[in-house]
Write a protein that binds this ligand. Structure first.
Ligand code: BGC
Length: 515
């Protein structure tokens, strides 16, 4: 047997394996799945603030906006149909991620990515050509199905391909692509809003076809992960794939762990039923609470509604879109901080630091807006300096999210489930995420109207709760091999009692986890 396995400082096994060009390229291509999600998150806010778009599909919102110049700043753009347009996608993604669980497990990760890309492509075409609200919403539902498949499969793919020591970094490629998608969408909106003929929104919506083609073609080129190959009975292929991605033949130990995980997985016939077993409780709890908390940071208030929000606090149309571009840039660049640090300082440190930073900013932004508009919402537009200050703190808040809850909200749930229920677990993660993205999308305008500046305190309160939760309940998962995660739970002060000794089938003698 190969002798390259050592015990790491954190107590887990370290497999031989380095960053090979092959693993980098496969992860790079797979990450592009994040583009479709990001493009989508970024495009609707700008489109729904374009006059030509509102006039064509939502004339009542348009007229209300034009006539009501003197009404309450907090309650300007409230239209249920308009928010339904934005958030219909997330409901579709929620349902689709459950179907994707089966495709991902039975046919492999790559076919889910491919299916996601193709469905998204059709949705983009329908949206670009839309003549009615029906076509708009139908297009968005197809986009949502695409996102459901991609978000279910891409994070799993990345976490399985990556060597444990680089898993955080490679997985965060997905979040990086999300932020690039959002930024691209913001820039495109900025340009298309200026198109005189009033058809700029068609370009914005139709260009979603580009990232769709990228991921669909990319998925065709990708190999499947060794974990999935073994799970589907292709042991030999899995072995050579493992050597190829690790850049060494010294993969026996890791291969043995994959086989052990796969054998365990064969005993599970109904992942959806088994996931309720006690030993999976820690991972299940995280797969529900992490995406829930991620959305309760309030990030999508900024992502969807930045132009609307900036308009509300007194920016002109153009300045509002420009500010959205600024937050988009901050979001993207700050993601690199997590790429560079996640496998060194670990997941917990980023969560705790990022959470604290977001909390402080939320209190400051809420207070600044409260001072200006009070509870009546009627007040002069913000002065330039005051408004820049609000934008600055919003940017620092976005940066905190971009190196903590943003990437880790996708990384952590994708790396904590054992193989037999990984696909089901990831669907839960995606669907909870989409459900609360939907709720926030749907409720934001009403919440802003009711809670006023207190909306920022509301999300700040949640950030406090989630930061304490992470501090107490999330074990560190950096460098822990994905098929050995059970050992990290076993060692945890609270979750340890959920894992009996019989539940541990990996980790052999070389590991000191759980000793
Ligand atoms: C979240 C999205 C959010 C985005 C912002 C993602 O991780 O899931 O809801 O809009 O980050 O970058």
């Amino acid at each position: 047997m190969a002798g390259g396995v050592v015990v790491s400082a954190s107590g887990g096994k370290e497999y031989p394996g380095k960053m090979t060009l092959f693993v980098f390229l496969t992860c790079f291509v797979a990450s592009s799945g994040g583009l479709i999600f990001g493009y989508d998150l970024g495009i609707s806010g700008g489109v729904t603030s374009m006059d030509s778009f509102l006039l064509k599909f939502f004339p009542s919102v348009y007229h209300k906006e034009k006539e009501d110049v003197s009404t309450n700043q907090y309650c300007k753009f409230d239209s249920e149909l308009l928010t339904l347009f934005t958030s219909s996608l997330y409901l579709a993604a929620l349902v689709a991620s459950f179907c994707a669980a089966t495709v991902t497990r039975v046919f492999g990760r790559k076919w889910s990515m491919f299916g996601g890309g193709i469905t998204f492509l059709v949705g983009a075409v329908i949206n670009g050509a839309a003549e009615s609200v029906f076509m708009l919403i139908l297009g968005r539902i197809l986009l949502g199905i695409g996102v459901g498949f991609a978000n279910q499969s891409v994070p799993l793919y990345l976490s399985e391909m990556a060597p444990p020591k680089l898993r955080g970094m490679l997985n965060i490629g997905f979040q990086l692509m999300i932020t690039i998608g959002i930024l691209a969408a913001n820039l495109i909106n900025y340009a298309t809003a200026k198109i005189a003929g009033g058809w700029g929104w068609r370009v914005s919506l139709g260009l979603a076809a580009v990232p769709a083609v990228v991921i669909a073609l990319g998925a065709l080129l990708l190999p499947d992960t060794p974990n999935s190959l073994i799970e589907r009975g292709h042991a030999e292929q899995a072995r050579s794939m493992l050597s190829k991605i690790r850049g060494t033949d010294d993969v026996q130990e890791e291969y043995d762990d994959l086989v052990a995980a796969s054998e365990e997985s064969k005993t599970i016939k109904h992942p959806w039923k088994n996931i309720l077993e006690k030993k999976y409780r820690p991972a299940l709890t995280m797969a529900i609470l992490i995406p829930f908390f991620q959305q309760l940071t309030g990030i999508n208030v900024i992502m969807f509604y930045a132009p609307v929000l900036f308009k509300t606090i007194g920016f002109e149309d153009d300045a509002a879109l420009m500010s959205a571009v600024i937050t988009g840039l901050v979001n993207m660049f700050a993601t690199f901080v997590s790429i560079a640090t996640v496998d060194r300082v670990g997941r917990r440190a980023l969560f705790l630091q990022g959470g604290t930073q977001m909390l402080i900013c939320q209190i400051v932004v809420g207070t600044l807006i409260g001072f200006q508009f009070g509870t009546s919402g009627v007040g002069a537009n913000l002065s330039r300096g005051y408004a820049s200050c609000v934008v600055l703190f919003i940017c620092v808040y976005v940066a905190g999210f971009a190196w903590s809850w943003g990437p880790l909200g996708w990384l952590v749930p994708s790396e904590i489930f054992p193989l037999e229920i990984r696909s089901a677990g990831q669907s839960i993660n995606v669907s909870v995420n989409m459900f609360f993205t939907f709720i926030i999308g749907q409720a934001f305008l009403t919440l802003l109207c009711r809670l006023k500046f207190g909306l920022f305190y509301f999300f700040g309160g949640w950030v406090l709760v989630m930061t304490i939760f992470i501090g107490l309940f999330l074990p560190e998962t950096k460098n822990v091999p994905i098929e050995e995660m059970v050992l990290a739970w076993k060692k945890h002060w609270f979750w340890g009692k959920f894992i009996s000794d019989d539940d541990i089938h990996v980790g052999k003698k070389t590991s000191t986890f759980g000793a």
